[in-house]
Design a binder for this molecule. Structure first.
Ligand code: SF4
Length: 422
């Protein structure tokens, strides 16, 4: 597929800073706790935070959970109790009961931030107390500071300063992928002869990567701006590439990594021929429904720009507006280069103004948060929940067809309901 002569990298960005409608960063715990098998996420928050986690992660109800909420009661919020002493007691109780925990994350919330509870101090104190068996780190998942995928970014960025130093030449894959998808990526890289490869986050604390001046890293998620900057500050070097969504994105991502290790693009084409063909065939099936349809992305997951690239280039869709909570030049630049000029590129949100633009454009499909989907559906507009894109395995060749199908499904459903062909 050819690169457009003028991509969107230099397109003027519509920046809006008004009311926004997104989940908070606590949501990331739902996929992070599955990935890090000896970690525990202790949210220091309110009953609202506990309810959010419980309803979003209801499936975990029968398992020994790897997350919980230390609830700040009214007396804590009023400053009448020593929240630090209570937190120490809670943590001691938890760690005594759960010797399998090797990493403990104290996760800040809106209430803990409002009362200015210093969780970094608490993490330092508790780390000293429970080392070397348990490392205690902290980050914020508060809705004041983070949108839902930024919780993972804040978590990984908090891990970077605690990583050991190394001089080894290693590739670091950065982003919490489902294990089966991560294994596929590691297999492709091994078949290309690229290694050693380490992952952040690692599945277990003992496998945590080390970093240094000879570490190169490749992000697998486009929402890891703070982690990207933290790794760079610690001497690691980023590999700039489009993200591994779709057949083209996966191939370009692999070629960028391969080039760093002196492997020719033709070798990548050769090694990936079979899975690439499978991906292209699966995408083509969904593209029958998607071709020529207009899509509007509201800012939510930070996956919007790579997904717009995938849907416009590989599925024949037309992007009307591509909204993203944040635009990070070095991370999103290679994607914007591939998107032909035309769509509005917007950063941040002023929700009422953006809804006016959706209503004026009447796109065939709007990607948005749960709170906006129902009202838009009621107005006759088909929607796709952005959060599904983070909970569903969508990276690399074997998932490319599923990714396209996620967008085709709401269009087929709407067509079936109205008795029209999709
Ligand atoms: Fe709500 Fe804030 Fe708790 Fe998130 S962190 S659930 S936005 S109170």
């Amino acid at each position: 597929m050819t690169t457009p002569t003028t991509g969107c990298r230099n397109t003027p960005v519509l920046r809006e800073r008004g009311q926004r409608e997104v989940f908070c960063g606590l949501t990331g715990i739902i996929w992070l706790h599955r990935k890090m098998q000896d970690a525990f996420f202790l949210v220091v928050g309110s009953r609202t935070c506990a309810h959010l986690l419980q309803s979003a992660a209801g499936v975990m109800i029968f398992a020994e959970p790897r997350f919980g909420t230390a609830i700040l009661e009214e007396k804590d919020l009023a400053g009448m109790a020593d929240a630090h002493a209570e937190l120490d007691r809670e943590v001691a109780r938890l760690l005594a009961r759960r010797p399998d925990i090797r990493q403990l994350f104290l996760v800040g919330s809106c209430p803990s931030e409002v009362i200015k509870l210093d969780l970094s101090k608490a993490a330092e104190r508790l780390s000293a107390e429970h080392a070397p068996h348990v490392r205690v780190l902290n980050y914020s998942g508060s809705g004041i500071e983070t949108t839902f995928t930024e919780g993972e970014d804040a978590c990984l960025a908090a891990m970077v300063p605690a990583l050991a130093a190394t001089e080894a030449r290693e590739l670091l894959l950065v982003g919490a992928l489902p294990d089966v998808v991560e294994d596929q990526a590691l297999d492709l890289l091994a078949r290309l002869g690229i290694g050693p490869v380490r992952c952040l986050p690692a599945r277990r604390a003992d496998d945590a990567p080390a970093i240094g001046p000879n570490t190169v890293f490749a992000l697998t998620q486009p929402f890891l701006g703070a982690t990207h900057d933290a790794l760079t500050r610690h001497g690691a070097r980023p590999i700039e590439a489009p993200f591994p969504f779709g057949a083209e994105g996966t191939t370009l991502w692999l070629k960028a990594v391969a080039a760093e290790f002196g492997i020719a693009p033709e070798r990548v084409d050769e090694v990936t021929a079979a899975p690439r063909a499978r991906a292209e065939k699966a995408i083509a099936a969904a593209a029958q429904t998607l071709r020529g349809k207009r899509i509007f992305f509201m800012p939510d997951s930070q996956l919007e720009i790579p997904l717009a690239r995938f849907l416009t280039r590989e599925c024949g869709m037309e992007a009307v507006e591509i909204g993203t909570p944040w635009l990070h030049g070095p991370i999103h630049g290679p994607e914007l280069d591939l998107i032909a000029q035309g769509p509005v590129i917007s950063e941040g949100q002023d929700v009422d103004l953006q809804l006016d633009r959706v209503r004026a454009a009447r796109p065939d499909l709007t990607v948005c948060g749960l709170g906006l989907a129902n009202p838009l559906e009621a107005e006759g507009l088909a929607t796709k929940w952005a959060i599904e894109l983070v909970f569903t395995p969508v990276h690399f060749y074997e998932q490319a067809g599923d990714l396209a199908a996620l967008f085709a499904r709401p269009l087929r459903r709407r067509a079936a309901l109205s008795g029209l062909a999709p």
